[in-house]
Ligand binder design. Structure first.
Ligand SMILES: [Zn+2]
Ligand SMILES: [Zn+2]
Length: 109
């Protein structure tokens, strides 16, 4: 690990060892073009305390949590659609087999 540079923190302006803040939440779709963490020209250099505060803010950002919730809803919906499609396919197959069986039985007479 590199020795942190000591300079003025971008938040509190105190002279302290600084660490580059990089957001680590993922994005789905267009959110990232409006996200305050991702659209910054340059991520800030922060002291440990400000870095921690920023991290908390990022983790508690309602827009990011909203994105995760939306993704969960999309996954749930897709899973439901898949399940319905599988049930339909199974029903179709059973119907075809029943018809084939009936035809065979009919032919045998
Ligand atoms: Zn600071
Ligand atoms: Zn973002």
């Amino acid at each position: 690990m590199n020795q942190p540079v000591e300079a003025h923190c971008d938040h509190c302006k105190q002279k302290r060892p600084l660490f580059l803040f990089t957001p680590d939440h993922g994005h789905l779709g267009a959110d990232m073009f409006t996200c305050r963490w991702c659209t910054r020209d340059k991520q800030p250099l922060l002291c440990v305390r400000c870095w921690g505060t920023e991290k908390q803010l990022e983790e508690n950002d309602p827009a990011i949590n909203q994105g995760a919730e939306t993704m969960q809803q999309i996954c749930d919906t897709n899973a439901r659609i898949d399940a319905r499609r599988a049930a339909r396919a199974a029903a179709d197959r059973a119907a075809c087999e029943a018809i084939a069986a009936a035809e065979q039985a009919g032919g045998a007479q």
